[in-house]
Design a protein around this ligand. Sequence first.
Ligand code: SF4
Length: 349
Amino acid sequence: MSQQSEYSEGDLRNTGMSLKHDREWDYELERIVDEIDDRDAAKVGLQFPEGLKRRGPKVADDLRERVRDDVTIMLSGQPCYGACDLDTYLMKRTDVFVHFGHSPMKDTDKVIYVPLFSNVDVTPIMEEALETLADPDDDPEVGLVTTAQHMNLYEEMREFLEERGYDVDSRRGDERLTHEGQVLGCNYASADVPANQILYVGGGKFHPLGLAMEHPDKHVVIADPVNNVVTVADTEKFMKQRYGAIHRAMDAEKWGVIFCTKIGQGRWEQAQDILDENDDAYLITMDEVTPDRLRNFDMDAFVNTGCPRITTDDGPQFHKPMLTPGEYEIAVGHEPLDSLEFDTFHGTW
Ligand code: SF4
């Protein structure tokens, strides 16, 4: 499964920086211990995203040293790819439940979120990105977005640009996002700003690609401090892949409509709308959406109402075309081909 976590550690491995991060990440152990004491907790659940799971035992050891002997620490073995993806089984059965590596998608006392900010210096790559942004004398306005991992440096990024003559446009997208300027793989509402150019500071290309598709009128510059590279988001290849999937699904008769049971990935109304209008559509409920799990369903095509990244990142691995809800509308002829948009996800649960 190649779905990437919002916290993608794979990128860090390329830089040889993971050891440094091992030492310097702040797991906020004292805050967790205080909660355990305050709640007189007997059971503690820890959930890490995929890229950080191997840190779990060490964090459990560090906690065991600090808490009463009768406290049981449990590690979630469920796959986890985002703040949308809480291990609700473990959460319900523990007195303190800690989710590492993502910022909160919803304010709740039930979950302690420990975001684990990256400590990569963003200024060298931002300096390089200036060459790809418009000169501030020609166009001073720039939107600034980043991922949860680098959110702690957002003000530093803003100051960097302002000191060089830019006016930074920023907003907090919607309730699915915790911070001003934050984007998720499924939500780019923070880039809904008047500026014609957006600077994305963060690892990987998936987020800025989604951003560029969502805002085709904007020039999206990627300053990737993890891989140390500046590029401009180019959606052409990605769009071709999506049009290919739509074309392959156009003759489909039997449709599998996937409803994801993960707490922050369910879009019931979208799934229901498809079922209401298509007698050859079957609702399939599941948590992990993988090619293996769908292989035994005799369908001609699938529509995924869960995480959009599964459709777009892993789409080619499924045995039948896998579409987003918007792409489904095109494939069945309800919408024109040029209505193709990135599948974004709003709200929480
Ligand atoms: S639904 Fe959104 S937040 Fe959750 S894993 Fe997918 S892209 Fe990330």
